[in-house]
Design a protein around this ligand. Structure first.
Ligand code: SF4
Length: 354
């Protein structure tokens, strides 16, 4: 069915493919690693992280034996930290249940933590050339436009229809190359905005181009709701230049990362209110007289949340509770932080202001 589509795409790919380190890779461990890193991440940013991980953990066994802090530290700045935790958990499962050998069957791969339909199809096809069609954002875009498919991609019916079409188009014996080709084409030509229709190999057959529907496809039913959150960080430093840190452990953003004691409010609050809340929450007094630095407002964008943050630095404050550790300022760089905290630490050079 529709062999014209796959044939054209495969010819284009042979002439235009980018040289990426995982491109000709057949090792399922490295493919899995690259696919998890590239979920919600641009190739250009993911490349450096892929290389860091391969250098530190050349085999799945090495990743399984790493500490959580080591994995999170390497992942620092990449966002969507659940991916790092799943990566670590899955490495442990492969090391124990599969004796360090990556599973070879689609259903076993699909059952791994953090591996959805797309990632399972990518690993199965790239590593083992199994006939499973990938459907990611690029594929949704290309297929919806070329075939003028208007069913919303964020509905069960839409997902099913796109998966069926992608499977029907897949040349079974060339699953690995074809899957790479369609994603590469979507990333480089059929881009979300301003696709290169004039120079596109499908410009004579693409239904969306013919009907001027390019910008309106693919269709999404739900709009992403972005929730604002207000983080007031209390940076407590003692006379020995040790700072209080706590690990985020609840099922919220940045689980497994470290941060300063936090007061979250439902709206922006004044310095006076922040001080009063900090004193009450942490059982401290006379914080105002110990305030040595107050940051400006930081705005940190996540896919479903916007974090508005402010940092208040106090010294000297002796503080310890069941959930905090006191860490020497010079050792802070060994701990994994969110990108927001990395930025704050870089901006204010804590060691210089105390
Ligand atoms: S003609 Fe434009 S919209 Fe159609 S496949 Fe090519 S780049 Fe995409």
């Amino acid at each position: 069915m529709n062999t014209w589509f796959s044939e054209k795409l495969l010819v284009w790919y042979q002439l235009n493919k980018r040289d990426l380190p995982w491109r000709e890779e057949k090792d399922p461990y490295k493919i899995w690693l690259s696919e998890i890193i590239l979920q919600q991440t641009q190739v250009i940013q993911g490349l450096a992280y892929y290389q860091k991980f391969i250098t530190h953990f050349p085999k799945v066994q090495a990743l399984a034996e790493a500490s959580e802090n080591q994995v999170m530290k390497l992942w620092e700045g990449l966002g969507y930290y659940t991916r790092a935790r799943n990566l670590h958990a899955t490495a442990k499962i492969i090391a124990s249940q599969y004796k360090g050998k990556f599973p070879k069957h689609y259903n076993q791969i699909r059952a791994l933590k953090g591996v959805g339909d797309y990632t399972a199809a990518a690993i199965a096809s790239f590593a083992f050339n199994l006939p499973h069609a990938v459907v990611d954002g690029n594929v949704y875009r290309v297929l919806s436009r070329v075939f003028n498919l208007k069913v919303p991609i964020d509905t069960a019916a839409g997902k099913k229809q796109f998966q069926e079409l992608a499977t029907a188009l897949l040349p079974n014996k060339k699953a690995a190359t074809y899957n790479q080709a369609i994603m590469e084409f979507g990333a480089r030509y059929c881009k979300p905005r301003q696709p290169d229709c004039q120079n596109c190999i499908f410009s004579h057959t693409c239904m969306a181009f013919e009907k001027s529907l390019v910008e309106s496809l693919p269709v999404k039913e739900k709009k992403t709701k972005v929730v604002p959150r207000y983080f007031n960080y209390v940076v407590l430093i003692d006379t020995n230049n040790r700072v209080s840190l706590q690990k985020r452990t609840s099922n919220d953003i940045w689980k497994g990362l470290y941060e300063f004691p936090l007061i979250e409010s439902s709206e922006p609050i004044s310095l006076k209110k922040a001080l009063a809340l900090a004193e009450k929450k942490f059982g401290l007094s006379a914080l105002r007289s110990k305030l040595i630095y107050q940051s400006g407002n930081y705005k940190h964008l996540l896919s479903h949340q916007t974090i508005h943050a402010c940092f208040y630095v106090f010294k000297p404050v002796k503080f310890k509770n069941a959930t905090t550790e006191n860490i020497a300022l010079k050792d802070l760089s060994a701990y994994p932080f969110s990108q927001l905290l990395v930025k704050f630490l870089k901006d204010c050079e804590l060691r210089e202001i105390v």
